[in-house]
Design a binder for this molecule. Structure first.
Ligand code: PNW
Length: 548
């Protein structure tokens, strides 16, 4: 037997072990349990797959008024009291403004090659405009980027992760279309000052949350509750701001800096409650169009809002006595300008909902939920994390990746995914270890089994941090941060090891065992096993013919 034959025979022995599906990491004790769907898949990610972890400026930096930083809407919203759990604020947060070198060392220790962070707009432009460029703020991000590069870690930078300069909010914020010019000035300043070292820009983090939670229900800063009217104006200005910032990069900086500019959207996966019922299927699709399509249709498809949004909002607006649709219109020129303005699709994904139809409701007052006309709900048997909204449903991420791929056909980066625990000191964070393995495994399936072009995965979050309206009562970090200690010490949780191993292996490699695998735990396992054997036998026969 020559070397080639020996290698092939050896791999024959290995493949049944490596390719074997195993018991699901999460098993649901209800009618939605599906061991075949949830079976674990061993295998590796494509070469060059990006492994990252994320944070955002307001959630970790602290130093809210240091070195010339301006006030942000989150400073105002948290400090005024009554808006955040325990009246927590991000005044100090993880103190990463002072401890960024320590943070970079944590990333290095984990084997991370990418880091997603955001720039605080009021730290570099205290009143939001170019009237006053805060060089100390610029220096902070330059130092952070340099420290990352020194440690072989590539920055992915979010321009807007919710901390709008308060001075711009005072003149109407996202509801005032002058914001488009201000945002473009800010983006261009960032390209100029940091762009030579930043290959990935994300214009907006989760515009749906900015719009709905910030301007629809007022649960997030700036605390406005104008569901059904202002939200559509805010969204319109965000889309235009995004398109403008992309064009600025494309026209002036791309050739020089060779980076990519995308946008990150969040969505729960939405599954029809009864997948054989067309009403449920339509309701799930409508829900996703109102959530993703709102932004993604103009940016990735045809420059305009999804048809289902246009027709639903127009007819309800008319019935409610509005003289025109509450959904603003793009001109033909604007549609042309919006179309194709993203080099990648950033996806933040955490959880899943079921969808069903609701009867049409055209009554006043108008509202987003009435416009959308979908009833969403969860299965109470699904395991809940430290955040009440976060049910653990790994297969949801695979399904939504498939949906995005089918709609927009673009490279996708998972820019956030993770799970919270309550505010407890717990270093062996079993739930997070299981969550990451299970969800990342579903991303692997989307790539390997469904052919979706997913290029990277980002874990939320590197550190426990300020979880918006929940303050410090929910912990998403792979590192525990002691918020009672002025030094804000960080301690690695066990999930760091789990994630580091996935990064080191570029996926999931089953430990090689000498005992034959005889126990199949899922319905799909035997077929995969038999297939591997057949493939092996074919290889061996071929190699025999070839070497004779
Ligand atoms: C994302 N919800 O936000 C954000 O990008 C992060 O800043 C945040 O810390 C992370 O997810 C975890 O929450 C969300 O209420 C905030 O459904 C709230 C919701 C979803 C995402």
């Amino acid at each position: 037997m020559d070397l080639l034959q020996m290698t092939l025979v050896f791999s024959c022995l290995l493949i049944p072990v490596i390719g074997l599906d195993e018991e699901p990491e999460f098993v649901y004790p209800d009618r939605f349990n599906d061991p075949e769907r949830d079976a674990f898949l061993y295998g590796t990610f494509p070469e060059g797959f990006i492994w990252s972890s994320a944070t955002s400026s307001y959630q970790i930096e602290g130093a809210w008024n240091e070195d010339g930083k301006g006030e942000s809407i989150w400073d105002r919203f948290s400090q005024e009291g009554g808006n955040v759990e325990n009246n927590d604020t991000g005044d100090v947060a993880c103190d990463s403004y002072h401890k960024y070198k320590e943070d970079v060392a944590l990333m290095k220790a984990m084997g991370l090659k990418y880091y997603r962070f955001s720039i605080s707009w009021p730290r570099v432009l205290p009143d939001g405009t170019l009237n006053n460029v805060n060089e100390a703020g610029i220096a902070y991000y330059n130092n952070l980027i340099d420290e990352l590069r020194l440690n072989d870690i590539t920055p992915m930078v979010t321009l807007y992760h919710w901390d709008l300069p308060q001075a711009l909010q005072d003149v109407g914020g996202w509801a005032n279309e002058t914001i488009i010019d201000h945002y473009n000035d800010y983006a261009e300043l960032c390209y100029q000052r940091f762009g030579s070292r930043v290959p990935f820009w994300i214009t907006f983090n989760e515009p749906w949350i900015v719009t709905l939670l910030g301007h629809g229900v007022g649960y997030f800063a700036p605390g406005i509750s104008e569901d059904g009217t202002t939200i559509y104006v805010v969204a319109h200005n965000i889309i235009k701001s995004h398109a403008r910032a992309w064009h600025t990069y494309n026209d002036t900086y791309r050739q020089l800096q060779n980076g990519q500019v995308g946008i990150t959207m969040n969505s729960d996966h939405v599954e029809p409650y009864d997948s054989t019922n067309q009403d449920h299927i339509d309701a799930a699709d409508r829900c996703l169009q109102f959530h993703f399509g709102w932004w993604a249709n103009p940016i990735f498809k045809n420059g305009d809002y999804p048809e289902v949004m246009k027709t639903s909002i127009a007819s309800k607006s008319a019935a409610q006595g509005f003289t025109k649709s509450r959904l603003p219109e793009f001109t033909e020129e604007e549609k042309e300008y919006n179309r194709g303005t993203a080099d990648f699709f950033g996806l933040n994904q955490y959880t899943t909902l079921y969808a069903n139809n609701t009867p049409d409701d055209e009554s006043n007052p108008p509202g987003y939920l009435k416009d959308r006309n979908v009833l969403t709900f969860v299965d109470e048997d699904w395991e809940t994390a430290g955040s009440s909204w976060l049910k653990i449903v790994p297969w949801g991420i695979r399904n939504i990746l498939k949906w995005i791929d089918s709609q927009y056909h673009v490279p996708i980066y998972v820019t956030e995914n993770g799970v919270s625990t309550h505010d407890v000191y717990e270093l062996d964070d079993v739930i997070r270890q299981k969550y990451y393995r299970a969800y990342i495994n579903e991303v692997l399936k989307a790539i390997k089994l469904d052919g979706v072009d997913v290029r990277g995965y980002t874990a939320w979050s590197l550190l426990d941090n300020f979880e918006w309206a929940s303050g410090y009562s929910e912990r998403f970090g792979m590192h525990y941060v002691d918020f009672n200690d002025p030094e804000r010490p960080r301690t690695a949780k066990e999930s760091v090891n789990v994630y580091s191993k996935i990064i080191a292996d570029n996926g999931f490699i089953k430990e090689v065992s000498t005992t034959p695998a005889t126990q199949y735990t899922t319905a799909s396992a035997p077929s995969i096993n038999i297939l591997s054997h057949i493939t092996c036998i074919c290889f061996c026969i071929l190699s025999n013919v070839w070497t004779q």
